[in-house]
Ligand binder design. Structure first.
Ligand code: ZN
Length: 289
């Protein structure tokens, strides 16, 4: 496991189940570049390993993930070319371009395209979530095939209220919550309880927090008993139905609107930031979210 700094990768049940755990509990598993790149590498590793049948995605600590890292020292260092912790991906994939092109390409590779890739992983994936799940944390769980939630979990995307943005980059909201509930959540930022999420089908089951890991493993073990071909065809049958309904095209379209929304704020703020601040109606959240 030592090859990762920000996640752990475990092989359970003689390697039939791979469990990837976000492991920045000090920052509530906030997603900086280092974590996202390691997570992508771990998903690919599990996909390549023919022994693995099911992948569990979990988070260490009281919160599965607090969304994008909005400013820890580690996050700032990985963007600083003079820092020993400069992340090499800040020199590729559009990071050396300017303005909206730089923003769009960075978000495409690390906030969007990766999630679409995980959705198509050639293994069954199960997200295991606890605590408040908001903003970019949703983009880690929605691409998974199944979701098990602790009874203390809640779900919301507050970036409309807090940042003047039309939701996170992977726009699964109307597909997961339904269109009317999605609009309400994005316009108000109010969270949905785990129980409501189960009722509307956004999560598969709600379990007591202290049973979360074991109950998720139970489900993983049950799914792992299915023939791999059968499991994959079931996954693809459902995902292809969603794509026939326009899922992927709708997400592509929403991604471009998201970039338009960023460009709006970047123009207002002269490029200093690409989201709304309090003077433009954003609700203050730092320290209180
Ligand atoms: Zn964005």
């Amino acid at each position: 496991m030592s090859e990762y700094r920000y996640i752990t990768y475990e092989e359970l049940d003689e390697g039939r189940i791979a469990r990837i755990t976000l492991d920045r509990p000090r920052y509530r598993n906030a997603q900086h570049r280092g974590l996202l790149v390691e997570l992508d590498e771990a998903f690919v590793r599990a996909e390549q390993d023919d022994t693995v049948r099911v992948v569990v995605l979990a988070g260490n600590g009281p919160v599965f993930s607090s969304g994008h890292d909005m400013g820890t020292a580690e996050r700032n260092a990985e963007r600083d070319p003079d820092s020993p912790d400069f992340h090499p991906t800040y020199a590729i994939n559009g990071a050396t371009r300017k303005s909206a092109e730089k923003k769009m390409l960075g978000e495409y590779h690390y906030f969007y395209g990766n999630a679409l890739r995980w959705r198509k992983l050639r293994k069954i994936t199960i997200a295991q979530v606890q605590g408040p799940v908001f903003a970019a944390a949703l983009t880690l769980i929605w691409p998974c095939d199944l979701i098990v939630a602790a009874d203390n979990a809640s779900f919301t995307d507050p970036v409309g209220v807090q940042m003047g943005m039309c939701g996170v980059e992977y726009f699964g909201h109307p597909w997961e919550f339904g269109p009317r509930r999605a609009k309400e959540m994005l316009l108000t930022g109010k969270p949905m309880s785990a129980q409501e999420a189960e009722r509307i089908g956004m999560v598969n089951r709600v379990v007591p927090l202290d049973e979360l890991a074991e109950r998720t493993l139970e489900l993983a073990r049950e799914v792992a008993r299915r023939p791999t071909m059968t499991a994959l065809m079931i996954k693809d049958s459902v995902n292809q139905m969603l794509d026939q309904q326009g899922f992927t095209n709708a997400l592509e379209a929403a991604f471009t609107l998201h970039q338009l929304n960023h460009a709006h704020w970047a123009e207002i703020y002269g490029g200093r930031v690409a989201h709304a601040e309090a003077d433009e109606g954003a609700v203050e959240w730092k320290g209180g979210r």
